[in-house]
Design a protein around this ligand. Structure first.
Ligand code: COI
Length: 356
């Protein structure tokens, strides 16, 4: 093992030749992966075999529990570089906390901060040259965990794998979006797993999204499972409405909405901008009324992958709400402030940037 070196406790096996030069300048989301990955195993009640090694396929049993019942969770985080070439991870401790909340919800073991945060930092340090410099580009970080027991009985696995992949990436949604308000299919119901970042939540979203695409829309706005009249999330994002100059977003008390880190950043930045924020159940009939009275000026989604994504059109029942994003003031200002903190051109007053 010629290239095996110890990196602050985590063994590192480096690639012989980097693939970095094969990456196009404008990078689609999630299609390219860096030279290395982190891998760890959970066995006999403890995490072990933590290592950083060349990105490579996994060998696993066809009876691995994850392939049958989907015991699997993930996170999405981003790393950036400032103009001096220093690398930073955006709010990784928030994702660490949420990862373990997701783990608990589907009977998986917690991961330690040492593996999740320090392992991630070591991995990024090694593949730091992969952090793109281009505007709206970043290094997307994908930690995930899945069940590896070779058994097809329905029960929590006794063994798991945890991995971190890094993917240099461009924008997730290229342009302002057209959204269909979904009143038949449901993303999450009270008592379910909507607040957790389980793989299954995303699998179960695919059908409704495909239906919306067939109708000519980019994504759906999910509504509550009982009455289909309260806004929940947009596609893979949290949703914000600017109504009468206030920021309005669904509150988290139903347990059906993911506690987005970018959602929290947007709320904080709105308050910094002097905009009142209301977290509450958002009745779409009331949104339509406010729209007709000229009070709804912006609708946007927030997410790690998507950052801030403007909504150009929202169709709810017979009403099509349209917006001209060129005249928007608030969402572009949130994005501007967030980008400035991320690229180091504004002070990190909220302590969001974790220096590697
Ligand atoms: C993220 O925003 O990081 C997400 O998890 C969405 C992802 C499914 C692309």
């Amino acid at each position: 093992m010629n290239n095996l070196t110890a990196m602050k406790g985590i063994p590192v096996k480096k690639v012989e030749r980097s693939k970095l030069q094969d990456i196009p300048e404008s990078i689609p989301f999630g299609k390219y992966f860096t030279d290395h990955m982190l891998e760890a195993d959970y066995e006999n009640g403890e995490w072990k075999n933590v290592e950083i090694k060349p990105y490579q396929p996994l060998v696993m049993s066809p009876s691995a529990a994850v392939l049958h019942y989907g015991q699997s969770i993930f996170e999405g985080i981003k790393a950036y570089k400032d103009k001096n070439g220093n690398a930073y991870i955006y709010r990784p401790h928030d994702n660490f906390r949420r990862f373990n909340i997701s783990a608990e919800r589907i009977q998986m073991p917690a991961i330690s901060e040492e593996i999740f945060i320090e392992g991630m930092a070591k991995l990024i340090e090694l593949d730091k040259n992969w952090i793109p410099d281009r505007e709206d580009h970043s290094l997307y970080i994908r930690p995930f965990m899945f069940a590896t027991d070779e058994q097809i009985g329905v029960k929590p696995s006794d063994t798991y794998k945890f991995l971190i992949l890094l993917s240099p990436t461009g924008p997730y949604y290229g342009a302002p979006m057209r959204i269909y308000v979904e009143e038949k299919y449901t993303r999450a119901a009270p008592g379910g797993v909507g607040y957790a970042k389980t793989a299954g939540n995303y699998a179960s979203s695919l059908f409704a999204t495909a239906e919306a695409r067939r109708k000519g829309y980019d994504q759906v706005l999910w509504t509550d499972a009982n009455e289909h009249k309260y806004a929940e999330e947009i596609g893979t994002m949290n949703v914000f409405f600017i109504i009468d100059g206030k920021g309005v977003t669904p509150d988290l008390s139903t347990g059906t909405i993911l506690e987005g880190v970018t959602r929290d950043s947007a709320i904080t930045l709105l308050k910094d901008m002097g905009v009142t924020v209301e977290e509450k159940r958002v009745n779409l009939d009331e949104v339509v009324e406010a729209y007709k009275a000229g009070k709804v000026t912006e609708i946007f989604g927030t997410g790690t992958a998507a950052t801030i994504s403007m909504i150009r059109e929202l169709k709810y029942k017979d009403t099509v709400m349209t917006f001209n994003e060129d005249s928007w003031k608030i969402a572009p200002e949130i994005k501007r402030r967030m980008d400035a903190i991320k690229n180091g051109s504004a002070p990190d007053i909220h302590g969001w940037m974790y220096k590697i």
